[in-house]
Design a protein around this ligand. Structure first.
Ligand SMILES: Cc1cc2nc3c(=O)[nH]c(=O)nc-3n(C[C@H](O)[C@H](O)[C@H](O)COP(=O)(O)O)c2cc1C
Length: 157
């Protein structure tokens, strides 16, 4: 099991269709590769966790780096730990747009459940760097967004 977290940013604003395209591709391909994780977006910044077999994460990440819809990726965490279970089992790529939920409502592929996500992270062993980073990024970006608080969305399978 390898866990890789990177951050990058979009050179131009992404449309809802862009996000749907990325996630449809991700959900199909990650299923084949045995990869799970989550893609967080806040304004033009991405933070993504890829977790799965070592070689599969490597192949996928190299492809993602070439994608012109984002740039300047920085690898923040890259851990190989054979005894670890995935943090987000079953999430063939979860997604949260932390700075806006308005464009997510109505599209099932973009819907994930806030409490489910935070609950799963909370179950990680104390001090787990991936869970800590994702939780921190989440709160730093989501908590300033008062109007959308309380919006509950369903996890994608
Ligand atoms: C921020 C971001 C995250 C992405 N995450 C994934 C992912 O988790 N899985 C995936 O298959 N593609 C993901 N993609 C799309 C890939 O970059 C790429 O377009 C897709 O895998 C097809 O690759 P290929 O052209 O090499 O077949 C992501 C793209 C972006 C911009």
């Amino acid at each position: 099991m390898r866990r890789l977290v990177y951050t990058s940013h979009t050179p131009r604003p992404l449309s809802m269709q862009d996000r749907i395209d990325i996630l449809r591709t991700a959900q199909a391909r990650n299923q084949q590769l045995g990869i799970t994780g989550v893609l967080l977006q806040s304004d033009n910044v991405f933070l993504q966790l890829l977790e799965g077999p070592r070689e599969a994460v490597d192949t996928l990440y190299r492809g993602i780096l070439r994608d012109p819809r984002h740039r300047d990726a920085i690898r923040l965490i890259d851990i190989v730990a054979s005894d670890q279970a995935p943090l987000l089992p079953g999430w063939r790529m979860g997604f949260f747009h932390l700075s806006s939920t308005s464009d997510l409502i109505g599209d099932p592929i973009l819907r994930n459940d806030d409490q489910d996500f935070l609950g799963r992270l909370a179950q990680a062993p104390s001090g787990d760097p991936v869970a800590s980073l994702l939780t921190h990024f989440w709160h730093a970006n989501r908590d300033s967004l008062q109007p959308s608080r309380g919006v509950r969305q369903q996890a994608t399978g």
